[in-house]
Ligand binder design. Structure first.
Ligand SMILES: Nc1ncnc2c1ncn2[C@@H]1O[C@H](COP(=O)(O)OP(=O)(O)O)[C@@H](O)[C@H]1O
Ligand SMILES: [Mg+2]
Length: 364
C-alpha cells in the first residue's frame, strides 16, 4: 500500500513527515501499521454508539475487535481546518508514542488518515480509565482497594519517570489526570492521551503561548506564565495522588464556601495533623492508615509552590516504594491557582477556546 496515497487535502506536510518518520522508526516493531478504514469500521461495528467507550476533548473512542480476535480501541479525531485542532493532537500522539515502550504506557498499534478524519489505534484496556473506576459509587470504587490504588500510583509514577528521565528527547505529558490513566484487565495503569505531550531536546524548559491542560491539575507557574518543565507533570501527579487517596474531586464547589481545592484542603489538614481524616471513607477499614498518610505527604511534596522543592519522578517512585524517606524533605506551602482568570490565555482566542484542552477535571 502506498503510504502517501492515504493522505488527502487535510493533511499538512508536517504531519506527513511525522507519520513517515514514525512509520520508518516503527517498522521493526511488531504490530505497528497503517489500518484501512474498512478494517476499523468493521472492527467497531460501524463506529456504533454501543461500541463507544469514551469521549474526550477532541473526539470519541470506540472499542473494536479485529478479524484475528484481538481487541482494540480506536480514537477518532476530526481536524478543524482553520485551527488545525485535532491535527496537532494526532501528531503529538504519533510522535510521542512512536518508538517508546513501557509497561505503564498505552500501546499505540497504528493509525489511519482519511480526509479530515484521523484514527489512532491502541490496545484495548478492559477496565477503562481511573476516572471511571473512581467515579463509580459503591461497587465500582470499592474494587479499588488500597493495594490497587498504591500499585496504580507507583505505575503512573514509573511511567512518568520513564518519559521524563529515560526517553530522549524527554516528554512532558501535560495532561496527567484520572481520565488519561487507563487500566488493563489487571488494573495495571497505562498513561494515555498524548495529545498535548511536548518533546524536550537539550533545552529543558519551554514557554507556551497557549496553556493547555485541565483545571485542578494545572501547575500554577505553568498556568500563569506558560513556563513548562517536567515539574508541571510532577504537580499534576501530586494532585492525582491526593485524589486517589482521598477519593475527592480536585476542585469542589458548594454554595456555602464556593470553590475549594483539594490541594488546599490537604495542606490545611497537614497543618493540623489531621491527614488521616482525608483518607477515602470507602476504603476497607484495615487500610494501613500510616501508609496512606505518608502517600498524602508525598502528594504535598509534588504540589509544592516552589518547583525546585517538587521531587523528580524517579525520586517520587522511590518515596512511594519507601526506599527514600519522605521525612527527609521539608513540606512547605503548596501552590494552587487562586483565580482562574490569571491563567495565561492565547491572545486572540475567546475565553471558551483558550485552552485547546483545558477541561473540567471529570471530563475525559
Ligand atoms: N485504549 C483504550 N482502551 C479502553 N478505553 C479507552 C482507551 N483509550 C481511551 N479510552 C477511553 O476513552 C477516553 C478518552 O480517551 P483519551 O485518549 O483520553 O482521549 P481524549 O484526547 O479525547 O481525551 C478515556 O478516558 C477512556 O475512558
Ligand atoms: Mg483524555
Amino acid at each position: 500500500m502506498k503510504f502517501r496515497s492515504l493522505l488527502s487535502t487535510c493533511c499538512s506536510s508536517r504531519s506527513l513527515n511525522a507519520m513517515e518518520n514514525s512509520r520508518h522508526d516503527r517498522q521493526d516493531n511488531e504490530g505497528f501499521r497503517v489500518y484501512s478504514y474498512n478494517e476499523l469500521k468493521s472492527a467497531t461495528n460501524g463506529f456504533s454508539a454501543a461500541n463507544k467507550v469514551g469521549e474526550g476533548g477532541f473526539g470519541s473512542v470506540y472499542k473494536g475487535r479485529l478479524h484475528d480476535g484481538r481487541k482494540i480501541a480506536v480514537k477518532v479525531l476530526s481536524v478543524e481546518v482553520e485551527s488545525m485542532r485535532g491535527e496537532r493532537e494526532f501528531i503529538a500522539e504519533l510522535t510521542s508514542l512512536s518508538n517508546i515502550r513501557h509497561e505503564n504506557l498505552v500501546v499505540l498499534k497504528g493509525f489511519h488518515v482519511d480526509g479530515c478524519q484521523r484514527y489512532l489505534v491502541y490496545d484495548y484496556m478492559e477496565n477503562n480509565s481511573l476516572a471511571h473506576a473512581l467515579q463509580g459509587v459503591g461497587e465500582n470504587r470499592m474494587r479499588l482497594s488500597w493495594q490497587s490504588r498504591k500499585d496504580i500510583l507507583i505505575g503512573v509514577a514509573r511511567g512518568l519517570a520513564y518519559l521524563h528521565e529515560e526517553v530522549n528527547p524527554h516528554i512532558v505529558h501535560r495532561d496527567i489526570k484520572a481520565s488519561n490513566i487507563l487500566l488493563d484487565h489487571n488494573f495495571m495503569p497505562k498513561l494515555a492521551d498524548f495529545g498535548l505531550a511536548k518533546l524536550f531536546g537539550e533545552n529543558l524548559s519551554h514557554v507556551s503561548t497557549r496553556v493547555a491542560g485541565t483545571i485542578g491539575y494545572l501547575a500554577p507557574e505553568y498556568a500563569v506564565s506558560g513556563h513548562l518543565t517536567r515539574k508541571s507533570d510532577v504537580y499534576s501527579f501530586g494532585v492525582l495522588l491526593l485524589e486517589i487517596v482521598s477519593g475527592r474531586a480536585t476542585v469542589d464547589f458548594d454554595m456555602e464556601r464556593g470553590e475549594h481545592h483539594l490541594v488546599q484542603k490537604v495542606w490545611d489538614h497537614y497543618n493540623t495533623n489531621e491527614l488521616v481524616k482525608l483518607i477515602d471513607p470507602t476504603l476497607d477499614t484495615n487500610i494501613r492508615e500510616e501508609e496512606a498518610v505518608q502517600f498524602m505527604k508525598i502528594g504535598l511534596l509534588c504540589v509544592q509552590e516552589n518547583t525546585t522543592k517538587r521531587p523528580r519522578m524517579s525520586v517520587a517512585v522511590s518515596m512511594l516504594m519507601r526506599e527514600t524517606d519522605v521525612k527527609d524533605h521539608k513540606i512547605s506551602q503548596p501552590g494552587h491557582i487562586i483565580d482562574f482568570m490569571d491563567i495565561k490565555m492565547d491572545k486572540g482566542t475567546s475565553s471558551t477556546s483558550i485552552f485547546s484542552k483545558v477541561s473540567t477535571p471529570n471530563s475525559m
